[in-house]
Design a protein around this ligand. Sequence first.
Ligand code: 8YV
Length: 334
Amino acid sequence: MKPRVFVTRELFPDVIEKLGRYYDVEVWDRYQPPPYDVLLEKAREVDALVSLLSDRIDCNLLKQAKRLRIVAQYAVGYDNIDVECATNLGIYVTNTPGVLTEATAELTWALILAVARRIVESDVFVRWGEWWRTRTGWHPHMMLGAELKGKTLGVVGLGRIGSRVAEIGKAFGMKIIYYDVKRNVDLEKALGAEYRDLDTLLQEADVVSIHVPLTKETHHMINEERLKKMKKTAILVNTARGAIIDTNALVKALTEGWIAGAGLDVFEQEPLPPNHPLTSFKNVVLVPHIGSATYEARHAMAELVAENLIAFYEGREPPTLVNREVLRVRPPGF
Ligand code: 8YV
């Protein structure tokens, strides 16, 4: 008998096929995530789970999942999983770091450029005939935006994605400053980045880009007080987690012009409701949590999910294990 795995959303067929050689695979192939009660029921029955951000893997669920040995998260972030509880119960948690770095860094730059050069606003201007109606064809002050060369990029969180964003920033001729809980002098040198405390970074940066995980410490890290520290000409970009920014404070900042604009891939409430105040600003570009949504990244993420599950099955340490302390609780394998 193969161990059972419940996959909470569609995976690529070749990856399912590969997993199927080791596991009895059940896929929840609907567009909506499984409701909590379904997830709970499945978790009680299976040996392994493949989870997404929208699946709440809390201690209540983990405690009831008596057979469950491994949760393979199909994402780099895992703030939906109670990792401490999993570790205590001897349940392995894995994620998918590295393979989505490029995709997320590229989307970050897409947002920076879209806000700085008013791309979405311009598209609407052309598409809906407003440009036509001006009859001028071209005007020297039409859709003026901000140039990036010589400006300062403030990277909040110099991990894999933050570092790649910084590297690209260099290529744009920007000065790079960063904040992180841990100062990394070697990385700083390699990237030509300078360390700042968060408040100083917010005061100096022309573009602020968020790349920290969501934790108790980073929740609403960008609040009203901090938004007030930013330059009136600055752009704020978030491709990390919505709750790192206090949304109400951001709406206030945009309404009162404390900052020049924002590019957002992530939100405190996902999906974002259609009439949310954030949808009313021309200087805000919104995308639906697509940081890792390239064919390359998503496929590599799915493969890494499978590699983690296969390694566990074979009694090896999964390559991207989040809770290494679990090795002391229980060896890998069923
Ligand atoms: C995922 C992400 O698409 O990896 C992450 O942390 O936010 C995205 O890549 C999303 O979380 C789905 O699980």
